[in-house]
Every structure is written in C-alpha cells, then in structure tokens.
Write a protein that binds this ligand. Structure first.
Ligand code: ADP
Ligand code: ASP
Ligand code: MG
Length: 403
C-alpha cells in the first residue's frame, strides 16, 4: 500500500464528463489498496474568467478580494470531484484551505505554502477515505484567503506530498508527459522518459508550463520524485527526479518559449560608474524583476545604449518609473512587447562546447534577429521578435537532434 498524491489540472477537470472520468481513475487507484489525496485545479479557463470579472470592476482590484475570488474555482471542482466519487460508491470528502488549514506566508496572489495540518485528513485516509484538496489556495497567518501564483496547483501537490510524507506525487494533465518542446505547438516534439530536477526547473522557468517552476523547486529541495502523465491515455509519463547518472549523449534536452517578456532600450545613457545601479534600483524597489541586460560598448566612451527585459505585465509600471525618475538620464527610450523568449535547456550543455555558437548560427540562418541573450550553466535564452517564435523553435528542435 502506498500513499499517493494525484494532481489533476484544469483540462482534466474541465467538464463534468472529465470529472467523472477522474473519479474513476482515483477509484481504481484506491481499490488497488492505496491511500489517495487528490489535488484539483479549477476547470480550465475558470481562473482567467474570474480574473476578467475583477478587471471589469477595476484594473486595480483589491488584492485580498482577488484571492477570495480566484480561489473559488478550485472550491467548485473539489466539491464536484468528491461528489462524483461518492456517487460511484467511494467514501470521499473535500477540505478547503481554511478547513485544513493550508498555512501560507507572503503576499496575496503570490503566497507560498509553509505548513498544513495533517491530522484530520490522515485519520480520514486511515478509515479508507479519499481526500480531495483544492490546489492553488491557502490561508495567511492573519486568516485571509491567499493564492500561490498561476499554475499553483502543482505547488500545492508537491507541498502536500512533502507534508503528508507521500510515496508518490503524480501530476495528471492533458499531455502524456514532458516533451522536448510544447507538443501542442511543435508536433514533432518528443516525449522525455526521465528528466532531472535541474533541467525541468530551467524548462519550466522559461515557459514550459507543463510543470510550475516553484513546484519543481520544492520537489528538488526535498527530493520528491514527480511523475507527469496523461489523464486521457494510459501511456507511461515522464519521471522527474534527482538523476545521478544523466545521459549526456544529447547536449540539449528541450526547447521552451514564453511570451511573458518585454524589452526596454535606453539610448544615450551616460557611460560611467553608478548609472546602471541608478536605473535598476528603483525598478527593484518596485518589485520589478529585470531578466536580461545588454549594454552596448560606447564608441565615444561617453554614452551607451542599455537594453533589458522585464515581465510584460510590468512594462507600463517600469516605463513610468523610468520616465518619472529624475536621476535616470538618457536621450531616448524605446520599448517592445511583441517579443518572445526562446530557451534551450540541457544538462549536457555543460560538457559540450560550441552550443552558443550553434544556436546563434541556426537563428541567423533563418534570418532571425537576436534582441537579448542570457545564459546559465544549463540554459541559453534569447529574446526575438514574437512573429519568429515557431520558426525559431522548429529550427532549434531540429538542429539539436530533438525531432
Ligand atoms: P494543467 O491544467 O494540467 O496544469 P497546463 O496547461 O498548466 O496543464 O500544462 C500543460 C500544457 O503545457 C500542455 O497542454 C502543453 O501545451 C504545455 N507545454 C509547454 N511546454 C511543454 C513541454 N515541454 N512538454 C509538455 N507540455 C508542454
Ligand atoms: N487555477 C489556477 C490557475 O489557473 C491554478 C492551477 O490551475 O494550477 O492558475
Ligand atoms: Mg498547470
């Protein structure tokens, strides 16, 4: 007998038929003798719909109330799933964030789970009950409802697996595993059988939303093996774990993309110590994360051009800060939010020289202009024009032998 955490994403619980199907999957696992805690997302599209309702009231909708609103989607699916399980003869019950409670720290909309009470749920499991927990939601020390960031049900599942000391944590979704790139975008994408935490973390942090990055980070920290699999097929999924012997035969494991970024260029910035700090300090004080930075070499040693990228959602706030701050001097400012970030990720990159060159050459062959670059040990990201996204992914997928 194993204690299993099974997480079902938005598409998996997107209709009543699918919820009934998920109930059957859970019942089969339970009948096989396992203890089951199921984590559910809201029905697909629901969280966006709720977000839009808040925006219809105000673009600056109160964050405390926004968390109350957004978390409601997961309440609906938890109850429907527990009800569906009861209907097929299982003993099932749902618990909401405040009933467990799931304690979170940090700000509204971006809180993180720090602990939860396991007693009553463990008791229910030992009495052959199937526990349903809503993903994405928590409760602060002050008793306010919180949510833990978009895609956060993955993080709930990992936290539950850790705190309940589960044997497995299975992420059921609408694809049958982690692929070399988004299979819905590039049909020749290949399924990866196993992948290290480090690679998965890099892939998800640069846009592979099949796993939320903070969930992977927690799993890596506590060495919780994950399996990503399909709700709709019986195929083997992808195992994410601490791979001691990584297969270095491929330098690149996957290609990811995101359209979450925007680029700002300041032209004619004074080229002297302290100028970059003057620009980035007020951004950081306003919780704006700067990702990539490129500074052109100045020919006259007097002025330079500075390009950097930020999250697209932060663009208007950043522009306002730069324009209003009298300490920041430049001749011209331009910005572009029609960009996308393309990244290649692979543990094998460490031991393969020439990857950077190969990536840049391939993009040049396709006449794709690189607007900004950032690297880490096992990742290389570039910002390009949004309209070149698919062309770039296809090319890199082929060049790095992933087709
Ligand atoms: P869920 O609602 O189950 O959490 P998500 O929509 O968050 O599902 O994540 C699954 C989606 O992630 C897939 O439908 C796919 O389009 C996308 N995706 C992006 N990159 C990858 C990748 N490398 N491998 C698999 N899926 C990916
Ligand atoms: N429903 C939330 C979202 O759409 C959480 C999740 O689905 O994981 O972001
Ligand atoms: Mg998701």
């Amino acid at each position: 007998m194993a204690k299993k955490v099974l997480k079902f994403g938005g598409t998996s619980v997107g209709t009543i038929e699918r919820i009934l199907h998920v109930a059957k999957i859970i019942k089969i696992e339970h009948d096989a003798g396992h203890q089951i805690i199921a984590i559910v997302s809201a029905m697909s599209g629901k969280t966006n719909e709720l977000l839009k309702l808040s925006k219809d009231v105000s673009e600056n909708f109160n964050k405390r109330e926004l968390d109350v609103l957004l978390s409601s989607g997961e309440q609906v699916t938890s109850a429907l799933l527990a009800g569906a399980l009861t209907e097929i003869g299982a003993n099932s019950k749902s618990w909401l964030n405040w009933q467990i409670p799931i304690l979170t720290d940090g700000k509204n909309l971006n809180a993180r789970i720090v602990n939860m009470n396991i007693e009553s749920i463990n008791k229910f499991l030992s009495e052959k009950g199937i526990a349903i927990i809503p993903g994405f939601q928590g409760i602060s020390r002050e008793g306010d409802v919180t949510t833990i960031g978009r895609g956060g049900s993955d993080a709930t599942a990992v936290a539950v697996a850790k705190i309940f000391d589960a044997d497995t944590c299975e992420i059921y979704t609408d694809v049958d595993g982690v692929y070399s790139t988004d299979p819905n975008k590039i049909p020749v994408a290949k399924k990866i059988d196993k992948i290290s935490y480090e690679e998965m973390l890099e892939l998800s942090s640069v846009g592979a939303k099949v796993m939320q990055s903070s969930a992977v980070q927690t799993a890596m920290m506590y060495n919780i093996p994950l399996e990503v699999k399909s709700t709709f097929t019986n195929r083997e999924g992808t195992k994410i774990f601490d791979q001691e012997s990584i297969d270095y035969s491929k330098s690149v494991t996957g290609v990811a993309y995101s359209k979450d970024d925007a680029k700002i260029t300041l032209m004619g910035v004074e080229d002297k110590p302290g100028v970059a700090a003057n620009i980035f300090e007020p951004l950081s004080k306003n919780q704006i994360n700067v990702d990539m930075v490129i500074q052109n070499i100045s020919s006259d040693h007097k002025t330079t051009d500075l390009t950097f990228t930020i999250k697209r959602d932060d663009l208007s706030k950043s522009l306002k800060i730069l324009k209003d701050n009298k300490d920041i001097k430049y001749q011209n400012l331009s910005h572009n939010d029609k960009v996308s970030k393309i990244s290649i990720v692979g543990a094998g990159m460490v031991s393969t020289p020439g990857i950077t060159y190969k990536m840049f050459r391939s993009l040049a062959d396709e006449k794709i202009n690189i607007l900004a670059i950032s690297t880490s040990e096992i990742k290389l990201s570039v910002i390009i024009d949004e309209s070149d996204t698919v062309k770039a992914i296809k090319k890199l997928h082929t060049v790095f032998d992933l087709d």
